[in-house]
Design a protein around this ligand. Structure first.
Ligand SMILES: Nc1ncnc2c1ncn2[C@@H]1O[C@H](COP(=O)(O)OP(=O)(O)OP(=O)(O)O)[C@@H](O)[C@H]1O
Ligand SMILES: [Mg+2]
Length: 236
């Protein structure tokens, strides 16, 4: 078997330095294989976003190992972390994090520009992604004129721009009306069906059931449940 794409070993993270502070993650270990779609459930404050931020290299563990696609993320300095995030991670957020004064196409082009991809090649890839995600007609529109579901599709296109081995999403349907949420569930399900490795933090159990191949639950920074799931999008 190939090495896991996510290898987290004995990780602890406490935000407050005082002795009384509760750890956000406590002696946490997790392995995820390439092609798995992991949904992370758990009550508010259980450490879900902390876990995602450690994987994304947006935060550091107090101790333990965070190895992603062979990269020892816990050991990297700031410059190497920026490169890691640019090349290895695509990230989707609850509130899209699009730049409202750039067009849809220019938003999607940002990761390619940061990576130094040539303009022609980058635009080709952007247009291909926008077409695949069904939003090519909005290429020259501004994000503010789009529905929530359409905006989240733009965010997914941006996340896929540099074709990262790992896609992370924190509450991608959390700010959407039910119709838009269904749209985003369908899109993520399709990405999982084509074998994308995905980590999905969510309160949306419907999203987990539809898209995940594995569901874990955190309680107080610890693993409380770890089960296999047959995603609906694949079963169909
Ligand atoms: N930047 C921070 N500074 C201080 N404490 C933090 C910070 N981020 C998270 N915490 C604390 O760490 C714990 C875990 O928070 P985390 O954001 O990972 O939870 P979560 O499971 O994502 O919750 P939610 O479902 O509300 O998003 C909580 O007790 C939270 O208050
Ligand atoms: Mg959170």
């Amino acid at each position: 078997m190939s090495a896991p794409i996510i290898e987290i070993r004995d990780v602890s993270k406490t935000y407050d330095a005082s002795d009384a502070a509760r750890p956000a993650l406590a002696d946490f270990s997790l392995e995820v294989a390439a092609g798995e779609a992991l949904a992370v459930l758990g009550p508010s404050g259980s450490g879900k976003s902390t876990l995602l931020n450690l994987i994304a290299g947006l935060d550091r563990p107090d101790r333990g190992v965070v190895r992603i696609a062979g990269t020892p993320v816990h050991e990297l300095g700031e410059a190497a972390l920026a490169g890691y995030r640019r090349e290895r991670i695509g990230m989707v957020f609850q509130f899209f994090n699009l730049l409202d004064d750039l067009t849809v196409e220019d938003n999607v082009l940002i990761p390619a520009q940061l990576a130094g991809t040539g303009r022609v090649e980058a635009r080709e890839r952007a247009n291909e992604l926008l077409t695949r995600l069904g939003i090519a007609r909005f290429a020259r529109a501004y994000p503010g004129t789009l529905s929530g579901g359409q905006r989240q599709r733009v965010a997914v296109a941006r996340a896929l721009m540099n074709n990262p081995p790992l896609l992370l999403a924190d509450e991608p349907t959390g700010a959407l009306d039910s119709e838009s949420a269904a749209e985003v569930r369908e899109l993520l399900g399709a990405l999982v069906a084509e074998g994308r490795t995905l980590v999905l933090v969510t309160h949306d159990t419907g999203l987990a059931a539809q898209c995940a191949t594995r569901i874990i639950e955190l309680v107080d920074g610890r693993l409380a449940r770890d089960v296999r799931n047959t995603p609906l999008a694949v079963a169909r």
